[in-house]
Design a protein around this ligand. Structure first.
Ligand code: G3H
Ligand code: 13P
Ligand code: ZN
Length: 316
């Protein structure tokens, strides 16, 4: 059942985080739905501009609808990830999306406000909620000064003003994470002091954490042992910190890179071990099972495992 993102946030806020996963193909959809059924966890499917281009807009929507026929009991929202203004309008008008993200974080503050406000007006007229972004989402490297690190994080006062001026329903904040496999040099913690400061000014307001993949070292090592050439210094977010962040208002946790690593590990190992094989359905089947397992593990870390009944009661 597709529900509004706002309804999921209402159930989850302060208690657990909802995993938001990007999908691009059928195998990811199968693993995503199967894993969430097993975990009994609600979730958010994210579609990026790149995914809309790769699969084609009707195809990506049809894949999701078909997956729901196979797993009719799951509860999820459909979200546009990192949209520009026009793509937000296209998704709002399509009637398929529960929420859109307008990413104008690269613009100066006032321009970000103006663009986000326009999208909020169009989205709210159709009952769709809007995620916006404020701050510089970037790898916070160990070798830069503490002051410099803090300057890259979302400023709590600015966040409050931004939300008041735009009316956006959730905010992606820079709290020490970045996209992709190369987030940090060495282990780093989320900036809990900053999350708490934002929550103090925006109580009961859902925050979003982008760049939340963990980039497990074992995954990187297995990919490289099977012929890959990923930089072994790749590091990600410690998934054991998700629940503490959730208690401080981080209600949506975006994960894409880790799923790509599962795909790459499964396919590299399969064809490395069976070089004469060319039936792609065989590694595809392995991937669906491994991806479902991965989703169960993430749901445990997010605290969303076993929350399906509570979510069903909360959204109906
Ligand atoms: O944050 C971006 C997501 O990982 C989606 O990536 O734009 O390559 O589909 P993509
Ligand atoms: P990762 O690259 O850490 O998976 O982040 C994904 C993301 O933020 C999608 O919006
Ligand atoms: Zn992102």
């Amino acid at each position: 059942m597709i529900v509004t993102t706002a309804a999921l946030f209402k159930v989850a806020y302060g208690k657990f985080a909802v995993g938001a996963y990007n999908i691009n193909n059928m195998e990811q959809a199968l693993g995503l739905f199967q894993g969430h059924m097993e975990a009994e966890a609600p979730f958010i499917i994210q579609i990026s501009k790149g995914a809309r281009k790769y699969a084609g807009i009707p195809m990506i929507e049809a894949i999701i609808r078909a997956a729901e026929k196979l797993y009719p009991d799951v509860i999820y929202a459909v979200h546009l990830d990192h949209g520009d203004e026009q793509t937000c309008y296209d998704c709002i008008d399509s009637g398929f999306y529960s929420s859109v993200m307008i990413d104008a974080s690269h613009e100066p503050f006032d321009e970000n406000v103006a663009i986000t406000r326009r999208v909020v007006e169009r989205a709210h007229a159709k009952g769709i909620s809007v995620e916006a972004e404020l701050g510089m989402l970037g790898g916070v490297e160990e070798n830069i000064a503490v002051d410099e690190k803090h300057a890259m994080l979302t400023d709590p006062d600015e966040a409050k003003t931004f939300v008041e001026q735009t009316g956006c329903d959730s905010l992606a904040v820079a709290i020490g994470t970045s996209h992709g496999a190369y987030k940090f040099t060495g282990h780093q913690s989320l900036h809990f002091d900053r999350i708490e400061a934002i929550q103090n000014l925006l109580p009961n307001y859902p925050l979003v954490m982008h760049g939340s993949s963990s980039v497990p070292q074992e995954e990187v090592e297995r990919i490289n042992a099977a012929g890959g050439a990923l930089d072994p210094s790749a590091r990600g977010v410690d998934a054991n910190e998700f629940q503490r962040a959730a208690q401080l208002g981080v209600t949506k946790v975006n994960i894409d890179t880790d799923g790509r690593l599962v795909w790459t590990r499964v396919h590299r190992e399969y064809f490395h071990d069976k070089p004469a094989e060319f039936d792609f359905r065989k590694p595809g089947t392995v991937f669906v099972a491994e991806y479902a397992k991965f989703i169960v593990d993430k749901s445990e870390r997010l605290g969303s495992v076993g929350k399906l009944a509570e979510t069903r009661a909360g959204v109906s």
